[in-house]
Design a protein around this ligand. Structure first.
Ligand code: TMP
Length: 206
C-alpha cells in the first residue's frame, strides 16, 4: 500500500505549521503512520544547511545560485532518507514546504532562470512529487504582522526581505497553483484556523 504525500506552501505567517499540526492530530486518531517534514532541514545534513541559509553569519553573502542549490540539496537528502521510505511503508507525509518553495522564492522572487530552477528541482526530487498541495494564500502585510509578533524582532535572513519580494512570492504561488490545478488547493489564510482545518479535511476526503 502506497501512502500519501501532502505538501503545504505559502509565505511567512500563513499558518502552514498550525494546519500541519492539526492534520497530524486528526490522522493519528485514525492510527496512521505520519511523517512531518520541514524545509530546509529534516535530516542531520539538512539542519546544517538550514542554519547556513537562515541564521549563520556565513549565509549573509550567499548568491542566489548558491542558495537554490543549498535548498535543493537539503531536499534531495530528505526525499531519499525520509519521505520515500515513509510513503512506501504506507505512511502519510505532511511537508512544511517542498519544491514549490524553490520555484517561487528562488525562481520568481529572486528572478533566477525559471527553466534552470525547474531542472534543478526535478533532479533533486526525482519521482517524488506531492499528491496534493495546499497553498495558504495571505495578504503580505498580515503575514508581516504575524511574523513580527512571532519573532519579536529576531527575523531570519528571508524574513528581512522587502515587501516587493513577498508580493512576488504571493503572485508566484497563485500563478503556479493556476498552472497545476489538479495538484493545488488554494485556501484563504485569513479564515480561522478551525475553518481552514475543516476545509483541508474535506479536500482530503478522510
Ligand atoms: P519557514 O521555516 O518559516 O517556512 O522558512 C523557510 C524559509 O526559507 C522561508 O523564508 C522560505 C525559504 N525557502 C526558500 O526560499 N526556498 C525553498 O526552497 C525553501 C524550502 C524555503
Amino acid at each position: 500500500m502506497r501512502g500519501r504525500f501532502i505538501t503545504f506552501e505559502g509565505s511567512e505567517g500563513c499558518g502552514k505549521t498550525t494546519q500541519i499540526q492539526r492534520l497530524r492530530a486528526r490522522l493519528e486518531e485514525e492510527g496512521r503512520e505520519i511523517l512531518l517534514t520541514r524545509e530546509p532541514g529534516g535530516t542531520a545534513a539538512g539542519e546544517k544547511i538550514r542554519d547556513l541559509l537562515q541564521h549563520a553569519p556565513e549565509g549573509e553573502g550567499l548568491t542566489a545560485e548558491a542558495e537554490v542549490l543549498l535548498f535543493t540539496a537539503s531536499r534531495a537528502q530528505l526525499v531519499r532518507e525520509q519521505v520515500m521510505p515513509a510513503i512506501e511503508r504506507g505512511g502519510y507525509v505532511l511537508a512544511d514546504r517542498f519544491l514549490d518553495s524553490t520555484t517561487v522564492y528562488q525562481g520568481v522572487a529572486r528572478g533566477l532562470n525559471a527553466s534552470a530552477v525547474a531542472a534543478i528541482n526535478r533532479f533533486a526530487v526525482g519521482e517524488c512529487m506531492p499528491d496534493i498541495t495546499f497553498l495558504l494564500d495571505l495578504d503580505i502585510q498580515e503575514g508581516r504582522r504575524r511574523v513580527s509578533e512571532r519573532s519579536q524582532g529576531d527575523e531570519d535572513r528571508m524574513e528581512r526581505e522587502p515587501d516587493a519580494f513577498f508580493e512576488k512570492v504571493r503572485r508566484g504561488y497563485l500563478d503556479l497553483a493556476e498552472s497545476e490545478p489538479e495538484r493545488f488547493i488554494v485556501l484563504d489564510a485569513m479564515k480561522s484556523p478551525d475553518q481552514i482545518a475543516r476545509e483541508i479535511w474535506n479536500y482530503l476526503g478522510e
